[in-house]
Design a binder for this molecule. Structure first.
Ligand code: FE
Ligand code: ZN
Ligand code: FE
Length: 209
C-alpha cells in the first residue's frame, strides 16, 4: 500500500526497520561464530543483545501510534547480510574478520540512516515518546559502528594486512616489507589501511621474523 501521508510513511519505515532488526538477530550469532578475534566476537554478541532491545523499542513505538506490530521485508539489509555471507564462506582468519567488519559497518550505516529518519519523522509528527525511543536506538547504532571502527583500526586490519592467505610467512618480498612496516606501526598514528596505500616497496632483503 502506498503511503500518502507522513504518518503512513512513518509506519512503513517502522515496518522496514522491524524486519531489518529481526534479520540481524539471525545474522549476528552467525557473524559472532565466524569471527576469529575475541574482541570482535564479543562486539557482535553484545550488539545482538542490543538488537533484541531495539526490537522491543520498535514494538513500543508501534503501540504509541496504535498500529499492529508488523515487519515488511527490508531488501536493503537483506542484501547487506547476503553479501556478508559470501565473505564468511570464502575467506578465513583475520581477512575474514576484516570482511565481517566491513559488512557489519554497512549494516550499521544503513540503520543509522533509517533511525535518523524515523526519529525525525517522530519529532515532526509530535510523537515525543517515539522520538525518544528511536533516538536511543540511533545512539546505539552509532556506538556500534564506532566500536567496529576501533576494533578494525586497533588490530584486525593490521593482522589482515600481515596475513597473506594463511599463516605462512614465506611470501613475495614486496609483501614482506609491507608487513615489516605494519609491525612497526604499533603507535596508532595511521591505520593499516592508511599505511597500505604508500606501503608496498620492493625490498628483497626485507625484515623477517
Ligand atoms: Fe539495530
Ligand atoms: Zn530497509
Ligand atoms: Fe545495529
Amino acid at each position: 500500500m502506498a503511503a500518502t501521508s507522513l504518518q503512513e510513511l512513518f509506519v512503513e519505515e517502522l515496518r522496514d526497520a522491524y524486519d531489518g532488526e529481526k534479520r540481524l538477530t539471525k545474522a549476528l550469532p552467525r557473524m559472532a561464530k565466524a569471527a576469529e578475534s575475541e574482541e570482535l566476537r564479543a562486539a557482535f554478541t553484545n550488539h545482538l543483545r542490543e538488537t533484541e532491545r531495539q526490537i522491543q523499542r520498535l514494538e513500543q513505538v508501534f503501540r504509541t501510534i496504535g498500529e499492529p506490530v508488523r515487519g515488511k521485508k527490508c531488501d536493503g539489509l537483506m542484501g547487506i547480510i547476503e553479501e556478508g555471507k559470501s565473505a564468511m564462506e570464502e575467506l578465513e582468519g583475520s581477512v575474514r574478520d576484516a570482511a565481517l567488519i566491513a559488512g557489519a559497518q554497512r549494516a550499521e550505516h544503513y540503520e543509522i540512516a533509517a533511525y535518523g529518519t524515523l526519529a525525525y519523522f517522530a519529532e515532526l509528527l509530535g510523537n515525543e515518546k517515539a522520538k525518544d525511543l528511536l533516538g536511543q536506538t540511533l545512539d546505539e547504532e552509532k556506538a556500534a559502528d564506532e566500536k567496529l571502527s576501533t576494533i578494525a583500526k586497533s588490530k584486525v586490519n593490521r593482522d589482515a594486512l600481515m596475513s597473506m592467505g594463511g599463516e605462512e610467512d614465506e611470501e613475495m618480498p614486496a609483501q614482506r616489507s609491507t608487513r615489516g612496516a605494519a609491525r612497526r606501526a604499533s603507535a596508532s598514528r595511521a591505520t593499516a589501511n592508511d599505511r597500505s596505500r604508500g606501503g608496498v616497496r620492493g625490498n628483497a632483503g626485507g625484515r623477517r621474523r
